[in-house]
Write a protein that binds this ligand. Structure first.
Ligand code: ADP
Ligand code: MG
Length: 169
């Protein structure tokens, strides 16, 4: 039996039935990210991943956050800014894996940029250890449930206070 992950950090937030709240949550996360950070998004089609990334791009202060759209058939879309954002999609995991194996790994996990991967659970083994996992789901009462998790508390130290930050926004 493996040891429990005592040092893991997590936070769950329930959002109302309004896409702007998903963007706003992404914005608060984006504003806290540092160059070299990786965000792994999971959740079914329509859960709000791309909506979240649009907000994250705004929080990160990229040049044109409204240009964020689904990268499914492009694999990776780069958004310029002081800290550039690489927006990747693993919906077609074999395609992204092929890209990562052919040198894409070095391109994607650039210490000067932030990378966000949609459908990240499909390429879990290709991701670095320090990852902010964010799962979006649609509860029966609609809105969205957002669960955030890291492997160790020190990876994204602000996560411990994030629920408070969200409540006081
Ligand atoms: N909190 C929310 N409440 C209601 N609808 C939402 C919420 N967040 C996002 N949506 C909507 O869900 C739909 C799918 O969002 P999208 O970001 O494209 O999902 P994904 O990238 O996970 O497939 C969009 O119409 C978006 O506006
Ligand atoms: Mg999407």
């Amino acid at each position: 039996m493996s040891a429990p992950q005592e040092s893991a950090a997590d936070a769950a937030i329930d959002l109302p039935n309004d896409p702007l709240t998903t963007e706003r949550l992404g914005e608060l996360v984006g504003a806290r990210l540092q160059p070299g950070d990786t965000v792994a998004l999971s959740g079914t089609l329509g859960a709000g991943k791309t909506t979240f990334v649009r907000g994250l791009a705004r929080g990160l202060d990229v040049d044109d956050p409204d240009a964020v759209s689904s990268p499914t058939y492009l694999l990776v879309i780069e958004h310029d800014g002081e800290v550039p954002l690489l927006h990747a999609d693993a919906y077609l995991p074999a395609k992204l894996e092929g890209f990562l194996d052919d040198g894409g790994l070095e391109y994607l996990f650039d210490p000067a940029k932030v990378v966000v991967v949609e459908w990240a659970e499909l390429v879990r083994n290709h991701l670095p250890d320090k990852v902010l996992w964010i799962e979006l789901s649609v509860p029966p009462e609609l809105g969205r449930r957002v669960s955030m998790r890291t492997q160790s508390k020190g990876d994204f130290p602000w996560l411990a206070d994030f629920r408070t930050i969200w409540a006081q926004r």
